[in-house]
Design a protein around this ligand. Structure first.
Ligand SMILES: Cc1cc2nc3c(=O)[nH]c(=O)nc-3n(C[C@H](O)[C@H](O)[C@H](O)COP(=O)(O)OP(=O)(O)OC[C@H]3O[C@@H](n4cnc5c(N)ncnc54)[C@H](O)[C@@H]3O)c2cc1C
Length: 438
């Protein structure tokens, strides 16, 4: 389980290594009337509801990543992580629409939308799905795509889960000759000027570029250089894609246009930005690679004006006594904000930034972390779009608002058709909002 703040306590659990294992688990749960839950890595455990009385299927299917370089597609069994896909695709000059961490599971990320550092150019990651292989409540293995049960294929892509156990997915890759990527850190006292410059750049940035702006209060541990953990720091991390060799000079220029003004504010404490390959991207953001105990919050925000950035800094900046390990604004827009032709239930995010906050209850009392997350939420309230990106929701107590009422009803009709007895009903994301216990 990746998020140790949300341990899974099902009545029974099984690790499925074959499609037959999955079918046996579905039959077992159906025979006994047990709710069936699914996960791969447990990265999303904080957003999952309680598993009481359920059978948990952890998918670790064998077979490995298969790349079709000609068609620019990958087929992966459920259980595969993004770092495995990146390792297989990079030698072909191809990249995949993964997020900031290679340890994230491909299936859970794609089914929930998936916001990639390449997303401003290639769109929400779920749009890359070409086929989904899924064992439904009747025990049947179905391969669904645009021509075979297009309605289920539509609902699976961002519809919120609860359709079955996915055993494999096929998705599109895209050319990547070079990627300029990395992270640069500055002392927190420069936050105001850095944020002002970053927002101005973000508004006009090319689609090939995507970055995050984080205010970080890093723990004093041997893995983190002392100058980064002594006091709050600002981190600007991300990637600029050069699809073809001839695009490399433009990508380097775009990265320079972002970084040169920031570097002129003050010399970074650390700076790893450099031209590289897609293999460098999953580690560039420096996300934790092992399990952590984390409490988080998330909102999708509209464009931040001067009072928006001031509100963010007031609530989460270096002078705010923030206990948050990361207070992040993730740059969205570009293709992420555009509906996709033949997309699924969730095919775009109509927002300029994603707010994501994370605190470690190992370092500060959980109540203090939650209180501060609430403080930032209130401060950013005027810029809240009222929507969420499902992969960024960290708490089962947070409303899931990524589908409008009409889409939600259409998705529910598909779910009722493929799972009439509600075997997977507890694994449904839009309805997993649970009131916080007093
Ligand atoms: C360090 C870190 C960095 C991250 N960075 C990003 C990022 O840049 N962009 C982004 O969009 N998200 C990011 N995320 C969030 C991540 O994408 C979500 O947590 C995602 O849901 C993880 O998928 P998973 O399969 O690994 O997780 P799990 O918790 O195992 O699964 C999440 C959900 O997916 C469904 N699911 C998983 N496997 C199956 C299956 N075989 N069949 C059917 N349903 C299944 C289930 O509903 C399950 O509850 C990050 C998370 C972490 C911890």
């Amino acid at each position: 389980m990746f998020n140790e703040a949300a341990p899974a306590r099902p009545a029974a659990a099984v690790t499925a290594r074959t499609v037959e294992d999955v079918r046996a688990a579905v039959a077992y749960a159906a025979d006994r009337g047990m709710p069936l839950r699914v996960h791969t890595t447990g990265h999303s455990a904080g957003a999952a509801g309680p598993m009481d009385g359920s059978l948990l299927v952890r998918t670790r299917l064998a077979g490995g990543v298969r790349i079709d370089a000609e068609r620019r597609t990958a087929r992966v069994p459920a259980g595969t992580t993004w770092s495995e896909v990146v390792a297989a695709a990079t030698p072909h000059g191809l990249a995949a629409p993964h997020g900031t961490s290679g340890t994230v599971g491909v299936v859970g990320y794609l089914l929930r939308g998936g916001v990639s550092l390449y997303g401003r150019r290639v769109g929400l990651a779920a749009n890359a799905l070409r086929a989904v292989e899924v064992v439904t409540a009747d025990g049947a293995l179905r391969r669904v795509d645009a021509d075979h049960d297009p309605e289920l294929f539509w609902a699976l892509r961002g519809g919120g889960g609860g359709f079955g156990v996915v055993t494999a997915v096929e998705f599109a890759l895209f050319p990547a000759a070079e990627v300029v990527t990395g992270a640069a850190f500055w002392a927190g006292r420069h936050a105001e000027r850095l944020l002002e410059l970053w927002c101005a750049w973000a508004r006009e940035a090319p689609r090939e570029a995507a970055t995050s702006f984080r205010i970080m209060n890093l723990p004093r541990i041997p893995e983190i250089p002392a100058e980064l953990s002594a006091a709050p720091v600002v981190c600007v991390a991300g990637a600029v894609l050069a699809p073809g060799r001839s695009d490399a000079p433009a990508a380097r220029r775009a990265a320079e246009e972002l970084l040169a003004p920031l570097r002129a504010v003050a010399r970074p404490l650390e700076d790893t930005w450099r031209p590289g390959t897609p293999a460098d991207v999953p580690s560039a953001h420096m996300d934790p690679s092992g399990p952590v105990n984390v409490l988080g919050d998330h909102m999708l925000l509209r464009e931040l004006d001067g009072s928006g950035t001031a509100a963010f800094l007031d609530a989460a900046g270096p002078g705010s006594s923030s206990p948050l390990v990361a207070a992040e604004l993730r740059q969205l827009g570009g293709a992420l904000a555009e509906p996709a032709a033949a997309g699924g239930a969730l095919d775009h995010l109509a927002a300029a930034y994603a707010w994501m906050g994370a605190g470690l209850p190992e370092l500060f009392p959980a109540e203090r972390v939650r209180g501060h997350l609430d403080r930032v939420r209130a401060a950013l309230g005027p810029w809240d779009t009222g929507r969420t990106a499902p992969t960024f929701v960290e708490s089962a107590h947070q409303p899931q608002r990524h589908l409008d009422t009409g889409t939600l009803a259409a998705v529910s009709r598909v779910r009722d058709r493929v799972d009439p007895r509600g075997l997977f009903r507890q694994d449904v994301m839009p309805q997993t909002t649970i009131a916080r216990s007093p």
